[in-house]
Design a protein around this ligand. Structure first.
Ligand SMILES: [Zn+2]
Length: 214
């Protein structure tokens, strides 16, 4: 993932993207990256992610204790900690409130990554975790059953969390999923219906592309 300085610069860059794309408002959202088994860099609480500097990033351990930097870690650090504990392969976690994906959870309509083949191929299936009281342990508990099997989880009445090998790829998942939600809503405007998901046979064909070639 690079040096601590490079990681901080990358988090600042991704915060700008999230804000400029309208995936967060005011001081919403949070971003983190793994330094080692028990240490992460995470955005501090209360800062606008579109206007951060490296000083707005803290080094904390997975219990949320600040090791380096001024201020309090993001109020949702527990969600980040849970993902890093459950998924040793994950190096970066991105949480945002993208309007359309969040609206799907409010409308009680299941978002289907199987609407678009490229979304299915790059992200796999996406689930919605039930409503949880923000900033409390309810948030990590609500996603716990899904963390191992999914790389993106919608949070009912809240937003989404995506996680991956790198910050760039976790951010790309967020952008790709909000884009897919826009496509789905346009489909509904044009046809009166949400898209039909790909068929099980089509999904199996896509899955076979992901298997290592013999
Ligand atoms: Zn949030």
């Amino acid at each position: 993932m690079g040096s601590q300085e490079q990681i901080k610069a990358e988090i600042v860059r991704i915060g700008k993207f999230m804000y400029e794309k309208g995936f967060i408002a005011a001081s919403d959202g949070n971003i983190s990256a793994r330094l080692d088994d028990n240490k992460i860099v995470i955005t501090r609480s209360g800062v606008c992610k579109g206007r951060m500097s490296a000083d707005d990033l803290l080094v904390v351990n997975l219990d949320g204790a600040v090791i380096e930097g001024e201020g309090q870690p993001s109020t949702e650090y527990r969600m980040h900690s849970l993902i890093y504990s459950e998924r040793k392969d994950v190096n970066a976690v991105v949480h945002a409130h993208p309007p359309l994906l969040t609206a799907f959870t409010l409308a009680g309509i299941e978002f289907e990554s199987a609407w678009l083949p490229e979304v299915w191929l790059s992200i796999g299936s996406v689930v919605t975790a039930p409503y949880a009281l923000p900033t409390t342990n309810e948030v990590p508990e609500s996603i716990r059953p899904y963390v191992k099997k999914h790389n993106a989880i919608l949070l009912e009445r809240h937003g989404i969390v995506t996680y991956s090998l790198s910050l760039e790829s976790a951010y790309n998942m967020l952008e790709k999923l909000e884009h897919a939600a826009i496509v789905a809503v346009y489909t509904q405007i044009l046809s009166g219906n949400l898209p039909r998901p790909l068929t099980p046979i089509q999904l199996e064909q896509l899955n076979s592309l992901l298997r290592p070639k013999k």
